[in-house]
Design a protein around this ligand. Structure first.
Ligand code: 6PG
Length: 238
C-alpha cells in the first residue's frame, strides 16, 4: 500500500494525473474503471484541461466501478458526470466508452455488464482483470457501491451485482470484491475531513477497519495506492 498525501483536492488530482501519465506511456492499451461521486470531478476536469495532448487517450478504454440505476442524462449518473467533464471534452470515441446502463433493469444489467467485462478485459484467475480501478470511499467506508450492510458483495462470485444504497434505497450496479481485487492496480482518491477517521482506521488496520468495505480492497497481485488530501489524511500516522 502506497500513501500519497497532497495539500488539497486539486493537488491530489495533479499528483495522480502525473502518475497516470507516466504509467500509461508504455502501455499499448489500458482498461480503466472510473469511480463516481464528486471526488473524481477535480481529476476529470484536470485531465481534460491539462492532459488532452499529453496522453494518447486513443489507447484507453473506459469502464465504471459502479453506477446509479438512473438514466444516463440524470444528474446522479456517474456516466453523465464523466461524459460531461472528461469523455466529451477529450473526444473519446464511443467504442472506447463502456458505460453501465443505469436505465436498464438492474439484475439484467449486472449480468450484461459482467459479460461486457469478460468480452473486453483479459482474464486472470478466471475473472476480468482491469489495469487500473479508480475508487472513492464514502464517509461510511463504502467503496464502489459495496456498502457496510452488504459485505457479501465483497466475495460475490459474479463480476457485477445489484446493490442498494442503505439510506436512499437507490439501486446501484457495482463491481464486486473479487473483480476489484483482480486489478493490476487499485487507486483510492479520497479527500475531505469527513473521511479522515475511516481512512486512518483502514490504513492503519485498526480494530474496526474490517467493518468497512474499502478495507477489503487490495489487489491480490497488484498495487494499492491511496491518494489523499491533508484533510482526509489528518490522523494518519498520528
Ligand atoms: C458513487 C461512487 C461511490 C463514491 C463514494 C465517495 O457512485 O457514489 O462510486 O463509491 O466513490 O460514495 O463519493 P464522493 O466522492 O462524492 O465523496
Amino acid at each position: 500500500m502506497t500513501i500519497h498525501i497532497s495539500p488539497n483536492p486539486e493537488k491530489v488530482a495533479q499528483d495522480f494525473a502525473s502518475y497516470f501519465s507516466e504509467w500509461v506511456k508504455d502501455k499499448p492499451r489500458a482498461h480503466l474503471a472510473l469511480s463516481g461521486g464528486s471526488t473524481p470531478k477535480v481529476l476529470f476536469r484536470h485531465w481534460a484541461d491539462q492532459y488532452s495532448e499529453k496522453i494518447d487517450w486513443e489507447k484507453i478504454h473506459f469502464f465504471w466501478g459502479d453506477e446509479r440505476c438512473v438514466p444516463p442524462d440524470h444528474e446522479e449518473s456517474n456516466f453523465r458526470m464523466a461524459n460531461e467533464l472528461l469523455l466529451k471534452p477529450l473526444g473519446i470515441p464511443e467504442g472506447h466508452i463502456h458505460r453501465i446502463r443505469g436505465e436498464a433493469a438492474p439484475e439484467a444489467e449486472a449480468e450484461r455488464y459482467g459479460q461486457v467485462l469478460k468480452q473486453h478485459l483479459p482474464a486472470r484467475r478466471n475473472l476480468p482483470a482491469f489495469d487500473i480501478v479508480l475508487l472513492g470511499m464514502g464517509e461510511d467506508g463504502h467503496t464502489a457501491s459495496i456498502f457496510p450492510n452488504q459485505m457479501e458483495l465483497l466475495t460475490e462470485s459474479a463480476p457485477c451485482a445489484v446493490a442498494t444504497h442503505p439510506e436512499t434505497g437507490q439501486q446501484r450496479i457495482t463491481l464486486t470484491g473479487p473483480v476489484l481485487n483482480n486489478a493490476s492496480e487499485v487507486v483510492f482518491l479520497v479527500t475531505g475531513p469527513g473521511k479522515a477517521e475511516k481512512v486512518k482506521e483502514i490504513i492503519e488496520n485498526g480494530a474496526h477497519s474490517l467493518r468497512y468495505p474499502a478495507a477489503h480492497v487490495a489487489p491480490k497481485e497488484g498495487k494499492l495506492q491511496w491518494y489523499l488530501d491533508e484533510a482526509a489524511a489528518l490522523s494518519v500516522g498520528r
